[in-house]
Ligand binder design. Sequence first.
Ligand code: GSH
Length: 303
Amino acid sequence: MSDLILHQYTMSPFSIKVMKVLAHKGLTWQAVAQPMMAPKPDLTPLTGGYRRIPVLQIGAHIYCDTTLILRHIERLHPSPACTPAHLQGAADIIADWADHRMFSHAAMPTVFEALDVLPPKFLEDRAAMQPANAGAGPSVEHSVAQFQQDCLLLERQLAATPFLLGDGFTLADAAAFHVIGFTGAAPTMVKIIAGLPKLSAWVQRIEDMGEGERSDISPQQALDIAREARPQETPPVDAIVDASLPVGARVRIQPDDYGQEVTTGEIVWVSKDELAVKRHDETVGDVMVHYPRAGYVLTLEAA
Ligand SMILES: N[C@@H](CCC(=O)N[C@@H](CS)C(=O)NCC(=O)O)C(=O)O
């Protein structure tokens, strides 16, 4: 039985990003179905507030955000590598573009065209995830036009190489694919992709990869696993001393883009790109929650 537990839901594009890497590595993993909308009473005991999906659980360790989830899976299962070392920086930069820029162009038009397959109140739930000063944002028409431009960039690269960074699948493909795959319920977006032959063939290649060796467990089983495990507090070899985030201090962690629910915990260790905090929850006991530093506002609480 694998100890990788992915909290996800079927229509979650960011979960697909992780699943494609699990497939590439041929890994066995367990899926827990979480709700598409808040509240998430079987998730927040683990995260302490963070509501976004997916979340990776390994015993009493909780990993938030796909950037960190995939980095951690790579540490645990380095072979086969998701991305060759000489392409890692480029893949990270493309993934950041896909996760933020391309996703922001795809999200609104897709959701508006797929409303009949989404739960009632979905729009209210997603509107509440935006920061108060977010404003109305661009029109649907503008977002579609920008998504088309994004697809042209991908088509140009895929005319030269079968995958975005050459002959093999990398993180760049996982990230771009999850956005493209998400638009599959929206006829306007499907038409854009269908008009681009190299992109369409690449979509099919990645769909054919599957999702690794998946089995499903219940949210309660996942909570039981966390409660019965103990977090390992030994810092990793790349832990650093950072005067702005001292070990033992209490810190508030908040996404800087959307879904800004706050997690609070005691700092156990920090590295240049990750933070691990300890929390106690009455349902699951002691857990350690891990965040990437990129994309998160970290604020020390007054002592
Ligand atoms: N930066 C985050 C973004 C995750 C994200 O936006 N996930 C979507 C689902 S695919 C989400 O959480 N939507 C709101 C929700 O599920 O409550 C990551 O890479 O994990």
